[in-house]
Design a protein around this ligand. Structure first.
Ligand code: K2U
Ligand code: ZN
Length: 170
């Protein structure tokens, strides 16, 4: 499989809303495999198709300690969410910036797996954060959007300065 380019904020393509797949075929499985390879290469624990400029609605995740248990979620839907947690989040599309984000602590999600079979999973903690973070990407959102207007403005300025510094130093 191939490593894919990850779009970086403020690329407008990160604002596209991913569309459900009609079926999980060989092309969809190849996309998922490439996303898993790209996620590991970028040292991520999640990656959404929007971040690699693909409109099919899928994300991959691996929150295992050994980074050897990738999961694939086509057409994911959050069925229930409960509780609350605050997690320091980063994003492969917004490198170098982190912020505390408030999200549900427990989520139950339904999706199609690599064989196109529907499954449900209830998770908490970091897995729950990751699932919510990735589904936000599929809906054209980034974690900045979940911050207060002041915090969002501050971090966007910090990120822009960081990118300008990087482009000057080459
Ligand atoms: O979608 C992405 O950009 C990958 C995200 C997923 C994620 C964000 C916040 C919290 C959990 C998952 C990350 O960049 S993956 C990097 C990472 C690694 C370990 C812990 C948290 C984030
Ligand atoms: Zn992200």
């Amino acid at each position: 499989m191939a490593q894919l380019d990850i779009l970086e904020f403020p690329d407008p393509r990160l604002r596209k809303i991913a569309q459900p797949v009609a079926a999980v075929g060989d092309d969809e499985r190849a996309l998922a495999e490439s996303m898993i390879e790209t996620m590991y290469a970028a040292r991520g624990i999640g990656l959404a198709s929007t971040q690699v400029n693909d409109s099919r609605r899928v994300f991959v995740m691996d929150v295992s300690d050994a980074h050897d248990a990738p999961l694939v979620f086509f057409n994911p839907e959050i069925l229930t969410r409960s509780g609350e947690q605050v997690c320091e989040e980063g994003c492969l599309s917004i490198p170098g910036i982190t912020a505390e984000v408030r999200r549900a602590d427990v989520v139950k999600v339904r999706a199609l797996n690599l064989e196109g079979v529907s499954f449900e999973m209830e998770v908490d903690g970091l897995a729950a954060v990751c699932i919510q973070h990735e589904i936000d990407h599929l809906d054209g959102k980034v974690f900045f959007d979940r911050l207060s207007p002041l915090k969002k403005r501050m971090l966007q300025k910090k990120y822009q300065k960081q990118r300008q510094g990087a482009s000057v130093s080459g």
